[in-house]
Design a protein around this ligand. Structure first.
Ligand code: F0G
Length: 411
């Protein structure tokens, strides 16, 4: 038997169960799902189950048939050459770009759309820096319901816009930032009768917590490590932490990882909160960064993210755009692994932290590469490697070619 409660993350109030509720009835704070179960999986029991995040069924919502495309169970790749290049003992990269639409969002959207259908929704809506819109468009198409996405005009990566168009969402451009688009979505959703699928939706985070279960299973239960996550609207880092907490609460692990967040220095309200010792985020009015996925100045989930990071003895740092581009290059050229800029930010942080001494070199790190590199095929991201004529390659490799001697005619 499974029971769910909706606890307010601000005041702790237990709200009456609802598939639609997003805000606390008492204080307006955001909610988290508390799943109460008698029995959960263990590693042996998982053998032979479906190779998607739905293998962890005991701890996932069980309303109706999942709207699923095999999301989750993404590869966790050990990277020895990259570990050496950034200067840490042991490093794994979780390739979230392997999800059906190329980002970790598919985990949350799969659960979120399943729950929305159960709640009777015929229309779903989100604001997005790109990946959520691509994911929601695809899952709504699969569920046969209408999808509306609001994006900051001219500021999302071309691959993501292509996906949202391809999957048939209605795409509305908003002048301003992601934060403006999200405000509009929250203002208008009810009037439109649309179910909000941003990470304010507590069921979405239930899907995203499965990345923690996978890391635990893929590393055979050993969780003495650091998990490094790019932070934008700040839902994912909190969701992954929730997954680790649930493993601990169910006696499946004693150790839990330290959660380390990374933002881009031009969009770093939480990193600045940590570095200045402020009690609240240092809001950023016009966030700027090459990592468009995390170009967010007012992360709505800041409270749960800060709580996750503090409970795990972690921290939130920032890296700048050059460091992110260098991390993309290092990942790609040392391991053949790539990510869009936001997904490379954790590697940028490891390199900086190991060099400057604020991250321990002799620990184990799992970096979450949150989005596929083909999402953002902007040539400016690989300015370091332009194509050359083959003749130039020959010259570089073989040296200057001796002048060809004219063949003497035979005889
Ligand atoms: N990495 C990528 C590739 C993302 O797309 C996002 C968020 C994040 C990291 C940050 O995750 O918001 O949970 O802290 N993208 C959202 C979107 C905002 O609309 O696609 P977060």
């Amino acid at each position: 038997m499974k029971r769910y409660e909706l606890r307010c993350i601000a005041c702790g109030h237990l709200n009456p169960f609802s598939l639609r509720r997003v805000f606390c009835e008492r204080c307006g704070g955001l909610l988290e799902v508390v799943v109460r179960v008698d029995e959960v999986f263990d590693r042996e029991r998982l053998q032979g189950r479906v190779m998607s995040m739905w293998r962890y069924a005991e701890l996932l919502p069980d309303f109706g048939k999942p709207v699923s495309m095999g999301e989750g169970m993404t590869r966790l790749v050990r990277c020895e050459r990259l570990a050496k290049a950034v200067g840490v003992k042991e490093l794994y990269v979780k390739l979230e770009g392997m999800n059906p639409t190329g980002s970790f969002k598919d985990r949350g959207i799969s659960v979120g759309v399943t729950v929305a259908l159960e709640a009777g929704a015929r229309r779903v809506i989100c604001a997005s820096t790109g990946n959520t819109s691509a994911s929601l468009a695809a899952y709504a198409a699969r569920a046969g319901i209408e999808c509306v996405v609001l994006i900051p005009k001219g500021r999302i990566a071309s691959g993501k816009l292509f996906q949202a168009r391809l999957f048939g969402a209605t795409i509305c451009e908003v002048s301003g930032s992601f934060d403006d688009a999200l405000r509009i979505v929250l203002d208008r959703a009810e009037q439109l009768g649309a179910h909000v699928l941003n990470s304010v939706n507590p069921w979405r985070l239930e899907g995203q917590k499965t990345a923690a279960f996978e890391i635990w299973e893929q590393l055979n239960g050993s969780l003495e490590l650091n998990v490094v996550v790019p932070v934008g609207n700040a839902g994912n880092i909190a969701a992954i932490w929730k997954g680790f907490e649930e493993l601990r609460d169910h006696g499946l692990t004693d150790a839990v990882p330290r959660m380390i967040g990374v933002q881009s220095s031009g969009a770093a309200p939480l990193a600045r909160m940590f570095s200045t010792g402020s009690e609240e985020p240092v809001w950023v009015e016009s966030p700027q960064t090459v990592a468009s996925a995390i170009r967010i100045g007012r992360p709505v989930n800041w409270m749960r993210a800060v709580r996750a990071v503090r409970s795990s003895d972690g921290w939130i740092y920032s890296v700048d755009d050059e460091e992110i581009l260098e991390a993309m290059r290092l990942m790609a050229t040392t391991e053949g692994i790539a990510a869009e800029p936001a997904g490379a930010a954790p590697i940028a942080l490891l390199k900086k932290g190991a060099e400057e001494g604020f991250l321990a070199r002799d620990e184990v790190y799992v970096c979450i590469a949150t989005g596929h590199h083909l999402k953002d095929p902007d040539p400016a991201l690989v300015s370091w490697n332009a194509p050359i004529p083959f003749e130039e390659y020959l010259r570089r490799t073989l040296g200057p070619e001796p002048a060809r001697r004219r063949e003497e005619p035979p005889g």
